[in-house]
Design a protein around this ligand. Structure first.
Ligand code: ARG
Ligand code: ZN
Ligand code: CA
Length: 422
């Protein structure tokens, strides 16, 4: 697939080279001191089917997500099969996956789309990735890992895009329905969900463990750009017994997910591969890190995020102890669900004390002279981050607001007991 793309776009090679250099630099700078936070990747699975059997069940899809979560956290039951010499290299890559719970519009989803097609089969020509060609358009590929499941032409199990190798709308992974998940239509010897483990490895910038130099003049000359994987001549199939030596190694690491062996015979990534995938996420797929795809959907009454407000009056807030750095938000307006948002949530970078709220009204009127308004600070412990407990409140009169508006000044509401928030 990559060879195809390179033939169409000769610029790819130079871009991938630059990306490799950057990744190597990032990994070197970290020098093993990898931050230990887990990265979560929201996944949308697009089932594109012609026959009912190809319309695989939700449970089968969930079984694939389970496999990914096991393999990328080294929680796979077969992890213990790694031969002793490679045991110290086997890694928990600290990457997890969720079936998207929030779609690109903030609405609830089960992370699965289903599309009836007239196409008998799909191939590496990307037709499955476009609604106009009998497939299904991607969800924003910077925020979701798109996985298409369809009937692929034999003997293709799946294929994937290395970051930066294709236009954004084609970015993602395609897997044959017979090799997806580990129940239902999954067929031996590729029925343990490892095709997706392998293809998602590519999507996170891993190359084949043998260096993709098969059939070249020097089959030990290629590299997968990872330092702790042994040099290896060619790909392996079936279920090799360890050790099968080549290129002067202590045995091919054929049990690596980035070889071509049976699903039951691959059960490890290395620390170096994990570092490469995480560095890729942090530098070339960073939209994933800020994706809200794994968060619960927004309810109409909830505070929306500042980013999703499409109109309304401005709210500026200041952190007094940081020499007045300004942040902006909104008091009113419509959120991305089209509902009026009366209050907006903000997350300060650290614990803050709120001494007062300052309102900058442009116009004000009241029908009775003693009308009061209430300014309230809540915490975000309500459903889906909505207002929960009242932390502080105080009243102010609209008369006062009107006077302030006439004087072009603010209305400050002080809290006798300033709440601490984080
Ligand atoms: N792109 C490879 C193929 O289609 C995937 C191999 C995955 N291997 C596996 N054991 N599941 O051949
Ligand atoms: Zn591959
Ligand atoms: Ca090789």
């Amino acid at each position: 697939y990559l060879n195809d793309k390179q033939a169409q776009d000769p610029g790819i090679e130079a871009r991938l080279q630059l990306m490799n250099e950057k990744i190597q630099q990032v990994i070197q700078e970290k020098d093993g001191k990898n931050n230990r936070n887990v990265i979560r990747i929201p996944v949308v699975v697009h089932v594109v089917y012609k026959l009912p059997v190809q319309n695989i069940s939700d449970a089968q899809i969930q079984s694939q997500i389970d496999v990914l979560n096991e393999d990328y956290r080294r929680l796979n039951v077969d992890a213990s099969l790694v031969p002793p010499p490679y045991e110290p290299l086997a890694a928990d890559c600290q990457i997890e996956f969720c079936l998207a719970s929030r779609d690109p519009n903030g609405q609830a989803t089960n992370g699965i789309t289903r599309t009836l097609t007239t196409a008998n089969t799909f191939s590496i020509n990307d037709a499955v990735k476009r609604t106009s060609t009998g497939g299904k358009d991607a969800w924003p590929t910077d925020k979701y890992l798109n996985i298409w499941v369809c009937n692929l032409t034999n003997p293709l199990l799946g294929f994937a895009t290395i970051p930066g190798s294709v236009n954004a709308d084609l970015d993602g992974v395609v897997i044959a329905y017979k090799y997806f998940g580990r129940i239902g239509t999954a067929e031996a010897p590729y029925n343990k969900g490892r095709t997706a483990t392998h293809e998602v490895g590519h999507w996170l910038n891993l190359l084949h463990i043998w260096g993709d130099d098969e059939g070249s003049a020097d089959p030990c000359g290629g590299t997968d750009q990872v330092t702790d994987t042994p040099n290896q001549e060619d790909e392996n199939y079936g279920c090799p017994t360890f050790p099968q030596e080549s290129c002067g190694n202590d045995g091919d690491m054929s049990m690596n997910y980035m070889d071509y062996v049976n699903d039951a015979c691959m059960y490890m990534f290395t620390t170096g591969q994990g570092n490469r995938m995480r560095a890729t996420l942090e530098n070339f797929r960073s939209g994933i890190l800020t994706s809200s795809g794994c968060l619960p959907a927004l309810a109409p009454s909830d505070c929306d995020t500042l980013n999703n407000i499409t109109g309304g009056d401005g709210l500026v807030y200041y952190f007094m102890n940081e020499i007045f750095p300004e942040e902006t938000g909104y008091l009113t307006g419509n959120n991305s669900l089209g509902y009026q948002a009366f209050a907006e949530k903000y997350t300060s970078p650290e614990v803050q004390i709120i001494n007062s709220l300052r309102f900058d009204f442009a116009i004000a009127s009241t029908q009775s002279s003693n009308t009061m308004a209430t300014a309230i600070v809540w915490d975000a412990t309500g459903p889906n981050g909505a207002p929960g407990n009242v932390l502080a409140q105080n009243t102010f009169s609209l008369e006062e607001v009107i006077v302030n508006v006439d004087n072009f000044s603010f209305t400050d509401v002080y809290f006798p007991e300033p709440p601490t928030v984080n």
